[in-house]
Each structure stands twice: as C-alpha cells, then as structure tokens.
Design a protein around this ligand. Structure first.
Ligand code: AMP
Length: 546
C-alpha cells in the first residue's frame, strides 16, 4: 500500500519561491568586484532569478544544457544558482583558480553553452574563449556601461543588459526531482578531473540537513558569511540552506584577505561564517596584532582540510567563537559529518571536550558511513581501529558525469558504497576522525603515522604559521615523516627547538625525523595544501638519518 500524501518534487525553484514568499525582506549583501557594497533582499533575488530564467529561454537553451560560471561569491552568482537550475538547466561552477588550460578543458568536457564571468576573470576568458568549442554565449557579470570595448570575445554581453530587461514573471517548470541541477569538478590531483552531477532532490535534501541544529544550525536569525567559494561544492550548500531558512547572506566578493573578511563580519553583523582553515588563518593573523575582537560572530564552520587545534583554541579562548569542524567532499555535496557535542559531553573538562571537537564529527542523518580494512572487513567503532572510510546516501555520487570511472565499491553483502579515499577512526559515540588521505598516510616500519597529527603539533608552536608533513623514503623504516614549516613573520624557531616541542606530545617513533623550513607551502585551487607539489619540490631532499 502506498502512502496517500502529495507527491511534490523537491525542486530548487521551490527554495527561491519559498524565500520570496516567507522572508522576502531578508537581506543579501555583497561586496562587488567594483569594490562597493551591494544590498538587496531575497525577493529581489527571486525576481532577478526569474529574469535570468527568461534570458536563458531567450537564448533557446535546452533542458539540462550547461551554464558555467567563473565568479566570486556575490548576488549575481546567487541569481544564477536559482535562475539556471530552477529553469531546468545545469549550473556549472568553475574554479577560476585552476590553470586556464584546465578551465578550457573542463568547459569543453561539460559542453557548456553559456559562460558567465566576473570582470576579474576577463583575462582568463580572453585567453581561453577560442578553445571553448561549445560555448555560444559569453556574459560579463557587470553593468552595461562597465563592459569594455574590444575584448576580442565574440558577442560578449553584460549581465545587466542580458537579463535586466527580461520579464520578472516566470512559471518555474515542474519536472522529475532527480533531474541534474548543478555540477562541480573534483580537484583531479591525479588524472583528469571528474564531475559530480547534483540533482534537485540531492541538493534540497542536503539543504534541509545542513540547516539542522547539530549540522550548521542555520536560522532566520543568522547572518551568514560564506567565505567558502560558490565554486567550491556550491559554497557547502549554504546558499540553498539560507533560502530555505531566511538567513541573511553576506558575500565577500573577491575580498578573502583577513582585513576584508573582518570588516564584512563587523559591518554586517555576521553571526556565522564558513571556510577552509587557510582563510581563518589569514583572519586570525590580521586580528591578533591589531587587538581586534568580534562583536557578533558566534560560530564558524571549518572544513575542507583538518582544522588545527590551535585554531579552535584561538577562536574559542581569544574571541569567544565556537568552531564546528566539518568533513565533506565534492562527491558528497559536500557535507558528511560535523562535530558537535552530545548532551553527555557538556560536563566534560575543556581538555576532554577539545579532544572530541578536533574530530571531524558525527554523521548527519542521510550519510551512512563505515570503516573497513584492506580485506573489506568492517572495523570496530572504538576510536582506535582505523580503516578506509566508505559512505553512502541520497547526496552521495552514484556515478560521475559521462559515466567516467565507477566511483563505487561493493561490500561483502553486495551493497554499494563510495570509498572516500580517507582513512579514519570512528568512536563509540559515532565521532569520526580522519587520520589522513589514504595516499598521505606515512607508513613507518609497518605502522601508520597520521600526517595530520604531526602538522597539528607543529602549528601549535607560536612561531609556526603553517606546516605540512610528508613521508620520505627510508632504507630501514620504508618511510619516515618530515615536516615542512613556514614561520610566522619575524618569528624564530630552530629545527632542534621544534623537534623538542614534539616531546611528550606524541609517541617517540612518530616524531618527525627532520624539519625543513620553506617560504610557502603550495596551496591548490580550493585552498588546501598540495602535498603532491610539496613532494615534487622536496624530491632531492635526503633524510639526515638515512
Ligand atoms: P574536495 O572534494 O576537494 O572538497 O576534497 C575532499 C577531501 O578533503 C576529503 O576527502 C578529505 O581528505 C579532505 N577534507 C575535507 N574536510 C576535511 C576535514 N575537516 N579534515 C580533514 N580532511 C578534510
């Protein structure tokens, strides 16, 4: 017997319609590429999204055709989120930090028909437009009078001229909720990048889940600053969850440096901010010497790479801000776990709580996970046994775009799981902790050393700005860890002092064999440390002990 409830598809147009009807006067504030602040409301977003949909119809774009963006976090990008997907097309957010050749490769692979870009990225578009065979329309996300003449880009039109004169009424089409809504390419550190193709259903379910109190706890009383880019897994789904809840959105535009982020937080009464650790490091480095405090910020969600304990401490002790450590992936929309305490943990000492808060957290309803050893046997949830982390759920990929490379593995019961490539432990309370990417784990004498643990200790030293631990070949132990360190400006620490700093903080055999001081650690297009590149840079390095 089937239930007798209405079968309404979960569509992204429903989110923006809801925002329009129920919190239309909620604010969306953006720092524009031009440098000024733009301010309007959720009803304005809805109205202009409908104009975008009309403009796409006017271009005769077909159902599921791809519309690409090369854009910062801002209001026009938000309108494309809803106008493109809502009208049945697929929004393809491209990471502008990729090499132009990679951008062209991705646009061709996705078969993008339209490419909308912020003026910052005009030089990229000038370099690649002749290589993007499928793109028929180029839209510069600016006012009509800001469009430069003679760009060399055929039929280039300004966003405002393109959509501004369109009708503001539009009947959102109703279709299968499993229809593709947006796509995002993985970083592709090995081989060509592959795309996760999200659906209206997966995006809406993820938006619901992300707003839950033990996830990102997003409400109509929040003002949210997503520093995480809208080209990085849909800014972790925040634009959709904000439309669903009526939270105020504050977009930093191109200003990701500490000063700009701090000013946006203070000027707009931001209560909640989201980003990768490198962004928060820049913010803290700006605030501390200037003696600045937050007046409204209550919590930050930090994910994308492991959050060092020193950062959680600094936010909590120096600024009274709670850190939510989160784990996710492009392939899982991206949220998998978020670290929040349970009732029984509230009476624990600060140190005991800290041990938990450092973990990547508990699974969100909708994400099933387990850890398995090399033979595929499930490992116990005791916080000690580690294994490959497998996940499954309604916002986890079933396949890559164009069916490239089966992303799933079967377990012993024949069930499909997505292998994350991360190695993790899960404790009895369900808190998952990543020990490493499987390819970054250091295997020393048959034992595994977590590079994340080694890095966390290094960055707790007051003179250390950044640290990356990699394994280097060793004749006796196979591999031994070394740590590459960037010192804070004007700070001093010697190799010996730093190695002594490890004493008592980890097992002796896990202490790195050497410290290599470097000017910078290579950072990838999504703000994460690029260990592959670091290994390349240190390829001639020889261990003193080897
Ligand atoms: P991406 O798909 O580019 O977002 O990368 C996903 C990968 O980033 C995951 O598989 C993890 O290796 C890493 N990652 C994401 N969040 C965290 C976290 N909180 N701690 C450690 N690693 C993380």
């Amino acid at each position: 017997m089937l239930g007798l409830m209405q079968d309404q598809p979960l569509l992204i147009s429903g989110l923006i319609d809801f925002a329009d009807k129920h919190h239309g006067d909620g604010e969306v504030v953006s720092r524009r590429v031009e440098g000024d602040i733009h301010r309007y409301t959720w009803s304005d977003v809805a109205r202009r999204s409908r104009q975008v949909a009309n403009a796409l119809d006017g271009m005769k774009l077909g159902f599921s055709d791809r519309v690409a963006t090369l854009a910062w976090n801002g209001y026009r990008h938000l309108e494309l989120y809803f106008g493109v997907s809502g009208s049945g097309r697929v929004l393809h957010t491209i990471n502008p930090r990729l090499h132009p050749e990679q951008i062209a490769w991705i646009a061709n692979h996705a078969e993008d028909q339209v490419l909308c870009f912020d003026m910052t990225f005009l030089p990229i578009v000038q370099a690649i437009h002749s290589k993007c065979a499928t793109v028929k329309h180029w839209v510069a996300m600016c006012d009509a009078d800001k469009l430069p003449a003679d760009t060399g880009i055929p039929n280039l039109i300004s966003y405002e001229a393109w959509m501004g004169s369109q009708s503001t009424s539009y009947q959102w089409p109703v279709f299968d909720e499993n229809t593709a809504s947006s796509m995002c390419y993985t970083s592709g550190t090995t081989g060509n990048p592959k795309a996760a193709l999200y659906s209206h259903r997966s995006t809406t379910l993820h938006a619901y889940a992300a707003a839950l109190p033990d996830v990102m706890c997003i409400s109509a009383r929040d003002a949210i600053l997503p520093v995480v880019p809208m080209f990085h897994v849909n800014a972790w789904g925040i634009p959709y969850s904000a439309a669903l809840t009526g939270a105020k959105l504050v977009f930093p535009g191109p200003g990701m440096d500490g000063k700009s982020v701090y000013e946006m937080i203070e000027n707009e009464g931001v209560t909640y901010a989201a980003g990768v650790p490198t962004v928060w490091q820049m913010l803290l480095t700006y605030m501390k010497p200037n003696g600045l405090k937050f007046s409204t910020l209550k919590r930050t969600v930090i994910g994308g790479s492991a959050c060092p304990p020193a950062m959680i401490d600094a936010f909590r002790d120096d600024f009274g801000v709670d850190v939510l450590h989160a784990w996710g992936m492009t392939e899982i929309s991206p949220l998998g776990t978020v670290c929040t305490l349970k009732n029984k943990h509230l009476t624990l000492s600060k140190d005991e709580q800290m041990k938990l808060l450092l973990k990547q957290g508990r699974a969100i309803y909708g994400v099933d996970m387990k850890i398995v050893n090399d033979a595929g046997d499930e490992q116990p949830h005791d916080g000690k046994a580690y294994g490959d982390l497998l996940v499954r759920g309604p916002w986890v990929v079933a396949n890559y775009y164009k069916g490239e490379g089966n992303p799933l593995v079967k377990d012993k019961d024949g069930q499909n799981w997505f292998p994350t490539g991360d190695v993790a432990t899960i404790d009895a309370d369900g808190f998952m902790q990543i020990t490493d990417r499987s390819k970054d784990v250091i295997k020393s004498g048959g034992e595994w050393i977590s590079s994340i643990d080694i890095e966390n200790i290094a960055v707790a030293h007051p003179a250390v700005a950044m640290a990356a631990c990699i394994g280097v070949p060793h004749p006796k132990w196979d591999e031994r860890p070394i740590v590459a360190v960037v010192k804070k400006p004007d700070a001093q620490v010697s190799r010996e002092e730093l190695l002594a700093f490890y004493e008592g903080k980890t097992a002796k055999w896990q202490i790195p064999d050497d410290v290599v001081f470097v000017d910078a650690i290579p950072i990838g297009a999504t703000g994460k440390m690029l260990k592959t590149k670091l290994r390349e840079q240190l390829k001639d390095y020889k261990l003193p002990s080897a």
